[in-house]
Design a protein around this ligand. Structure first.
Ligand SMILES: *Cc1c(COP(=O)(O)O)cnc(C)c1O
Length: 362
C-alpha cells in the first residue's frame, strides 16, 4: 500500500479539512480530528421533478451520508480539531439531536469529555442512540432547544468548557465546505440553493462558502439562497422569536436562531428568500422523495422540498434553472416518524406460499 506523508493510503478521501485546508483556519501543525466526513454525493432527481411539475434540473446534496448521518460532521471536524489544538478538555453543546450525535462522535475520536443538552421528549431516537453509544454525558432538560442553548452559553462564559454549537465560528468554517463541493461537483455554482433553516448556521455557512469560492475565482456567479422554516417555528419569517416553537421536523424546532442575522444577510445579499411551510406539506414532500427517488431523509430536509413544490406552484423558478438542495440528515435518524407517516403498515399473513401469493395478487 502506498502511503502519503501523513501515513494514510494515498488515494483515499482524507476528510474536508485536508481537502480544503487553504480555505480553513488550520496550519500544517493543526491536529486534525476527522472521520473522513464530506465528499457526499449530489444526486439528480428526475422523477421527483416531473411529479411536482417542475421544469429545471434538481440535485440533492445528500448530507445524510456523512459519518454520523448529518451535515453537522462538517462543522464538528473543525470545532473539535480547534478545541484539541487549544488544549480544551471538555466540549459541550445544546442540540435538537444531530449536533449532539456529531459532537459525541468527534469527541470520542479525540478523547475529549463531551456533554450534550437535549430537549426532553423532542429528540429523534436515532440521534439519542448515537449520543449514548459514543459515550457523551447526555442531559435531557425539561425545556426546548433555545433554553438549552441559553444554559450552554452561560457555561461557556466560565471558560471551563468549549462550546461546539454553531455560535462557535469554526463550525461555520467547516460547514461552508459543502458549497465548495457542490461547485466542484457541478463545475459551476447553482442558480438556486434550497435548504432548511433552524438555528440558521448552515444557511450562513453555505453563503460564506459560495462567496469565498467565487472570490477565489473557482466559479463565476452565486446562487439565490432559499431557506425554509416550519410554520410552527418560523421566527425569521414571522419577524420575532417564538417562545414555544412546534413542528414534527424536530431538527428545525427552534424559536430564536443564533445566526438570525447571518440568515437575513444570505437572503438579502443573494436576492433569495426565507419562507415557511406547514408540517402537512413537509410530510407530503418527505414521502414523495422517498417513494419517487429512493432517498430517505429526515423530516427537516423535506421543508425545502416542500418549499420547492410551493415555488413551482407560484411560478417562482425560471425554466431551465439549476437548483441544488441540501438534505441535511438521514431518514434513519427518525424511524418513529417514518413509520407513523408511511401510507401502509406491513401486511401480515401465515407462513405459506398460498397466503403470500394471495396478498401479492398472483
Ligand atoms: C441542524 C439541522 C438543521 C438546521 O440547521 P441550522 O444550521 O441549525 O439552520 C436542519 N436539518 C437537520 C437534519 C439538522 O440536523
Amino acid at each position: 500500500m502506498q502511503l502519503d506523508s501523513s501515513n494514510q493510503p494515498i488515494a483515499y478521501w482524507k476528510g474536508l479539512i485536508h481537502q480544503y485546508a487553504s480555505f480553513l483556519p488550520v496550519t500544517a501543525d493543526t491536529p486534525v480530528i476527522s472521520l473522513h466526513e464530506g465528499n457526499t454525493p449530489l444526486i439528480k432527481l428526475d422523477r421527483f421533478v416531473s411529479a411536482i411539475g417542475g421544469d429545471f434540473d434538481l440535485y440533492l446534496k445528500f448530507e445524510g451520508l456523512n459519518p454520523t448521518a448529518s451535515f453537522k460532521d462538517r462543522g464538528m471536524t473543525m470545532a473539535i480539531t480547534k478545541a484539541v489544538e487549544k488544549g480544551a478538555e471538555v466540549v459541550i453543546c445544546a442540540s435538537t439531536g444531530n449536533t449532539s450525535a456529531s459532537a459525541a462522535a468527534y469527541a470520542a475520536r479525540a478523547n475529549l469529555k463531551c456533554v450534550v443538552l437535549l430537549p426532553d421528549g423532542n429528540i429523534a431516537m436515532g440521534k439519542l442512540a448515537q449520543a449514548l453509544m459514543y459515550g457523551a454525558q447526555t442531559i435531557a432538560i425539561r425545556g426546548n432547544f433555545d433554553q438549552a442553548l441559553d444554559i450552554v452559553r452561560q457555561l461557556g462564559e466560565t471558560g471551563k468548557v468549549e462550546i461546539v454549537n454553531s455560535i462557535n465560528p469554526f463550525r461555520i468554517e467547516g460547514q461552508k465546505t459543502a458549497s465548495f463541493e457542490i461547485c466542484d461537483q457541478l463545475g459551476r455554482a447553482p442558480d438556486y440553493h434550497f435548504l432548511p433553516v433552524g438555528n440558521a448556521g448552515n444557511i450562513t455557512a453555505y453563503w460564506k462558502g459560495y462567496r469565498e469560492y467565487e472570490q477565489a475565482g473557482r466559479v463565476k456567479g452565486l446562487p439565490h439562497m432559499c431557506g425554509y422554516q416550519a410554520a410552527g417555528s418560523a421566527p425569521i419569517v414571522d419577524g420575532h422569536p417564538i417562545t414555544a416553537p412546534e413542528t414534527l421536523a424536530t431538527a428545525i424546532r427552534i424559536g430564536n436562531p443564533a445566526s438570525w442575522q447571518g440568515a437575513l444577510d444570505a437572503m438579502q445579499q443573494s436576492s433569495g428568500w426565507i419562507d415557511k411551510v406547514t408540517d402537512e406539506a413537509i410530510v407530503e414532500a418527505y414521502k414523495l422523495v422517498a417513494n419517487t427517488e429512493g432517498i430517505f431523509v429526515e423530516p427537516a430536509c423535506a421543508a425545502p422540498l416542500a418549499g420547492l413544490i410551493a415555488s413551482v406552484r407560484a411560478n417562482r423558478i425560471p425554466a431551465g434553472s439549476l437548483i441544488t438542495a441540501t438534505m441535511t440528515g438521514h431518514g434513519l435518524k427518525d424511524p418513529d416518524r417514518a413509520i407513523s407517516c408511511a401510507a401502509q403498515k406491513p401486511d401480515l399473513c401465515d407462513a405459506n406460499l398460498d397466503s403470500v401469493s394471495r396478498l401479492i395478487g398472483l
